[in-house]
Design a protein around this ligand. Sequence first.
Ligand SMILES: [Zn+2]
Length: 449
Amino acid sequence: MSSTLVIRDVHLAYDDAQNARKVFDVVLQDGRVARILDASEREHHGQEDNGAVKIIDVEGKGLLIPSLCHAHIHLDKCFLLDRCELVKGDFSEALEVTSRAKAAFSSDTADMYARGQRLIVESVAAGVTRMRAHVEVDTIVQNACLDAALRLKHDYKNCCDVEISLFAQDPLFPSPSSLQPGDNYTLLEKAATSQHISSIGSAPYVEPTASQAKSNIRLILDLAHAHSLHADFHLDYTLDASSEPLIWFLLSDLRARVRTGRWHAGARVCVGHATRLTLFSPAEWSRYAHEVAEDRLPVTLAGLPQSDVYMMGRALAPVPRSTLDVVRLARAHGVGAALAVNNVANAFTPQGPPDPLALCPLGVALFQAGTKAACAALLRSVTTIARVATGNASPSSLFPQVGDVADFVVLHDNPSVQDAACNPCYDRTTIKNGRVVARRRGHVELHPH
Ligand SMILES: [Zn+2]
């Protein structure tokens, strides 16, 4: 049956003052954007709320943007803080306490499902309709995280595209002298044959040696190609200027694959963290932009600011506040990078909600970026660029376009792009395929006397 949803009297993401003040009616039909109309002409095109037509009246107070996307989030490791005692709070402790918590995952799958469910529900309520969801596969958890993710993907398929990414957090090589990968790799290789997964990835920095880290990258790219998956790396997660940035190895290896037909068209590589790249000179960034553009390498960087800034550089003095500056990268080097939440309530990132939009005010402060153009760049990093990072390019603009997939979030109390990025409002309506899938409303009771 044909369905129509009209978002009435809503602002669109214009940056010039005249258009930014205007309000529009956006008509969604059968899961696509059908028409975008100047609201002042409504008497000529007006539609009434009835059985076939639903209307969301934004009353000129809110903004319509593409729905939010988690470019990078850990579905299995969320909401673990209550069972992970932090004493030092550093990275090695986070690995250790999370490993201990992981040991219980396979014996309590109901708990894992419930934590993942909470993450999905809170994310959709915030405006998310797509996520790259990392789930670990290794000798500790076997396939328990994957199995829970597959159930969640199915159960929430009408609200959110849960794009499952198999993730090797632990080393693929068992010891520094190993020439061949061990049991963790065998399990990952087997899991890669599963249906309904979209990506495979690893954290090469955990390998015992630099050469094994490079082999780790090759093995993951091989598996991605063999099973038509996207690839996803936690890469160059360091602020040690003397360390070799593995991004150059990754680009070179990927280029060879692209040039010799050993990479599927449409398959993308997402690189998360990449804090080592914050030490790049302008010349190194020019080299990066040139290498990616020359062969149209399908690579997207994803800064994970809540984790990067919380965890990195603790031994340095002064402690640097380093994460990929997505605003400057876009402006100075034409490099579009995503911002992503990464972890929610665990030892790697104890703070922050599962709301990608909450990264925008953090970015305004970290990147000293509060102009209208900077705010638009921040919104793109959690919407359109985040989608590209996960292998999906529609909607492709902050503006609705006729024919676009109708995946949007209404920010009911943010009338402009700048307001939305600087101070995201609470009240939101999430729309997926032209259908309302979540309404989030705050309720204030004031008792002045
Ligand atoms: Zn991560």
